[in-house]
Write a protein that binds this ligand. Structure first.
Ligand code: ZN
Length: 281
């Protein structure tokens, strides 16, 4: 199933268009895309029926626009750890975790203002949305707690992120308005032949910058759900940015950062492409 936030309303996408869930569900489903995750189990068993209307994918907002918690994972691909000169030889006991504050979330075709005097970088990421309360969930049971997958960008202003005295501003530097684009829509895990092995990457102005497979993640999606839920209960509609592979701008020679006019297209196999445009801040 493909579920989207179409101009602020929860819809299911079918051949030929979008079905409005509040209208087609006979009162079972809310129109609010975030509230929909509270009745995800009911949606799972529902066979889409109703009037499908054509849509423009530029109207897609974030599939989870107002989660209660947003988790983001650092250095979750070995090649990205290497380019960042971070030692992950021997598996870390726990993944590095930070947040992206929820006001940074946005959807398809977002126009994002680049902070003045900043160095803003791209990070294509697989994004997970939680579909069931998860507390001390094992990796083996983790996929049952996932509503679906989408494409995300963990946009990062590196000067704020890495500001002294200690690089503790991870969350702030990654949370300027528009710095958390996600979408275009959510795809349920059953739609993928193997949800643990998906091509992922991004193109900047048509040039391939990142290309990897999600099976290269140090902590897989099920292992992330296990590690996070061991400490913090995960709630329906919560979002996890799962980390980026190699190919960011800051570790290139010379470094390359986003500039006004740049167009970034991020992709995940089986989901599609998320487009973001940058303007002067
Ligand atoms: Zn990231």
């Amino acid at each position: 199933m493909r579920v989207a936030n179409l101009a602020g309303r929860a819809v299911v996408l079918v051949d030929g268009g979008a079905i409005d869930l509040a209208e087609a569900g006979g009162g079972r489903f809310p129109s609010d895309p975030q509230a929909l995750y509270e009745c995800w189990d009911e949606l799972r068993g529902w066979v889409p029926e109703g009037v499908a209307v054509p849509y423009e994918d530029a109207d897609f907002g974030a599939p989870a626009p107002a989660p209660r918690q947003v988790f983001a994972i650092g250095v979750n691909y070995r090649d990205h750890a290497e380019e960042s000169r971070i030692d992950v030889s021997g598996r870390p006991a726990r993944p590095p975790v930070f947040t992206k504050f929820v006001t940074c979330l946005t959807g398809q075709d977002a126009t994002v203002a680049l902070p003045k005097d900043g160095l803003t970088d791209w990070e294509a990421e697989l994004v997970v949305v939680i579909g069931r309360p998860a507390r001390r969930v094992t990796a083996a049971a983790a996929w049952d707690h996932v509503a679906g997958l989408t494409v995300g960008q963990d946009l990062s202003e590196r000067l704020t992120q890495l500001a002294p005295p200690q690089p503790q501003q991870f969350s702030l530097g990654k949370s300027y308005p528009g710095f958390g684009p996600m979408g275009p829509f959510l795809v349920t895990p059953d739609e993928f032949a193997d949800p643990d092995d998906l091509e992922i990457g991004c193109d900047l102005n048509g040039e391939r910058m990142q290309a990897a497979r999600t099976k290269e993640m140090i902590f897989s999606v099920p292992e992330l759900v296990e590690a996070l839920s061991a400490i913090t209960p995960l709630l329906p509609g919560d979002v996890i940015f799962t980390g980026t592979p190699a190919g960011i701008g800051g570790t290139r020679t010379p470094p390359r950062f986003l500039a006004p006019g740049d167009r970034l297209e991020s992709f995940v196999e089986g989901v599609g492409a998320l487009r973001t445009t940058f303007v002067e801040g």
